[in-house]
Design a binder for this molecule. Sequence first.
Ligand code: TRP
Length: 330
Amino acid sequence: MEIVLSGIRPTGNLHLGNYFGALRNFVKMQHENQCYFFIADYHSLTTHPTPENLQGNVKQALVEYLAAGIDPEIATIYVQSDLPETAELYLLLNMNAYKGELERVTTFKEKAKKQPDNINAGLLTYPTLMAADILIHRAHKVPVGKDQEQHLEMTRTFARRFNRMYKTEFFPEPVAYNFGEELVKIPGLDGSGKMGKSEGEGNAIFLADDPKTIRKKVMRAVTDAGPTEMNAPKPDPIKNLFAIMQAVSSPDTVAYFDEKYNACEIRYGDMKKQLAEDVVAFTEPIREKILELSSDDAYIKKVMDMGKEKARASGGKTVSEIREIIGFRP
Ligand code: TRP
């Protein structure tokens, strides 16, 4: 079985875009691979050095991933700082990570521009920490978005470099886990681009939104005056509504409104009402699970402890082998 690893930002508020992008695939993937999911709380300090509610954010992320279907008995889901061996591997990898290559990383340059008063060493070595996350379980595959591809490339560089320097084949070179067709892009409700948390109020439908909020957001989605000729191409905002419908509604429902559109008989109000109900039906079981898990601290602690134990079994072994390879006292 292949080892697959994914890092999760410590924030809640997952939306439909996250669900149909990565989450749903994670849920499937856990049955076909040996999966590690971890919540990247060390990483969050590179941009938020004195976090207000670190544990709360970590818990919220965990709750939402579990509610969406990650099974802690099947996969290993843990908190990054519960595996402090990560920090040791990070230190060791940093000895062979060069300033020049780190400075060339796009995300570093972007973040440095965004926080010019806090261009800290953690920010510069973010890719080394990420490499440590991946290499500590000797993962083969990592599901990453476009923005993380360069980091994965660096991980391969660090792995190759270590193997060469120590004349070993200890680290596999991890590649991107590609969801292919399964990766469905969900647009936002504001008529422009993709669904995103930072795209402005009302653009995203969160898995934790209550039915009333969902109905309000969907009814306010951007549309236009309607088609004026038969079989007209759909402008972006309309295409977007259909794309969301395709994800959550039955094929019959989509076909029904598609025909109405093509015949210039569509009433967006009706379409939105249907869409809102289908979104609610889709998200409601997840929301209920989120509510249930949020109030079950004992269970959440149990999941965290279990994840920590499994992560340390794997990560501890890697780091002790690395120590031996490098030549520290056993
Ligand atoms: N950098 C990733 C992000 O911003 C999070 C992350 C940290 C990660 N370590 C990782 C992802 C290791 C995959 C593997 O989303």
